[in-house]
Design a protein around this ligand. Structure first.
Ligand SMILES: [Zn+2]
Length: 328
């Protein structure tokens, strides 16, 4: 049995995803990942996940709060919540698992006979995903990135599912909704859900290994907005804010080893060619730092947090305005 939770009983219940974890100190051991159900009148099932990356703390905080505060008697549907999906990574406050180095957002659909992280992915794929009518996977920048809090998604190739997915994204009600038009999001829970025909979205709620009033406020509001959008909760969602898209050219990567000094804060509108920052080489203090320019125009959406960087690290990335007609 993968899911130890009976999803037919109204009310609030705690159960677990069970993932075998035989190890030196526990031959028959297993990982028990808490799962909560909040069940009201008949209606759609919405799966919320947090802690897919263990250094992203907004999801675990806000989803635990959702479990405590949502009144099942007021729901038309089922809310299933996994506050800390990659439990070993979350306990260690690391992006990847300290057990096997697995990145849960790269391993879906998973493999029950793979490493522990692949087995967690498989447990979610087989134990929870088939129940879901919509999926919301809460992420943030983690220890290495900091985002302007936003709803975040990809659109599948199927036109009808893409439209429903965009409705879900906009239903989160964020001031910024960011879409990656590339439909291939290999290995993520969202990609797995979309492949199964289920509307799914993520959010990038902030980051820097911390939480902020702004990131938590969006997470709190967004989860309830999604439930209202799907009719599970009563209420109306405020009109969505700005719709943005990503391009590969929006990503400024480090050309070398060094210390990155950004020239701009998050939230600035920039033009291609404008100064983005400087790469300092601490081994050559007699040389001027290398000036870096923005590779495209757009809104500065994300920045790298640690100053030290190596070739290929994303230092800053942008997004540009778009609209629904251009995306669908
Ligand atoms: Zn993440």
């Amino acid at each position: 049995m993968t899911l130890d939770l009976e999803l037919g009983r109204p009310g609030r219940h705690r159960g677990a995803l069970l993932v075998g974890h035989s190890r030196d100190d526990s031959a028959y051991g297993r990982l028990e990942i808490p799962v909560f159900s909040l069940i009201g009148a008949p209606g759609p099932t919405v799966l919320f996940t947090g802690g897919v990356h263990g250094d992203e703390h907004e999801g675990p905080i806000v989803l635990a709060e959702l479990v405590r505060r949502l009144d099942p008697a007021g729901l038309r549907g089922r809310v299933v919540v996994v506050p800390r999906a990659n439990l070993p990574a979350a306990r260690a406050a690391r992006r990847t698992s300290p057990v096997d180095g697995g990145n849960l957002a790269r391993l879906f659909p998973g493999d029950p006979a793979g490493g522990l992280t692949a087995a967690i992915a498989a447990a979610i794929t087989t134990g929870l995903l088939p129940l879901a009518d919509a999926v919301v996977d809460l992420h943030a920048g983690g220890a290495s990135l900091d985002y302007l809090p936003c709803a975040w998604g990809r659109l599948p190739r199927d036109a009808a599912l893409a439209a429903r997915t965009l409705d879900l994204l906009l239903g989160f009600g964020a001031a910024l909704t960011v879409v990656n038009p590339n439909p291939d999001g290999g290995g993520t829970l969202v990609a797995q859900a979309l492949a199964a025909g289920i509307p799914a979205m993520a959010a990038e709620l902030g980051g820097a290994g911390a939480v902020s009033p702004a990131s938590l406020a969006l997470a709190r509001r967004g989860c309830r907005n999604v439930l209202m959008t799907l009719g599970v909760l009563e209420g109306a969602v405020a009109p969505p804010g700005r719709l943005l898209r990503l391009r590969p050219s929006h990503f400024l990567r480090s050309p070398g080893f060094g210390l990155f000094e950004p020239a701009v804060p998050l939230g600035l509108e920039v033009q291609a060619g404008e100064p983005a920052g400087w790469l300092h080489d601490p081994e050559r203090p007699e040389e001027e730092p290398r000036a870096l320019a923005f590779p495209a125009s757009g809104l500065v959406l994300c920045r790298r947090v640690p100053a030290p960087c190596v070739p290929g690290d994303v230092l800053l990335h942008l997004a540009e305005d778009t609209d629904r007609a251009a995306l669908l």
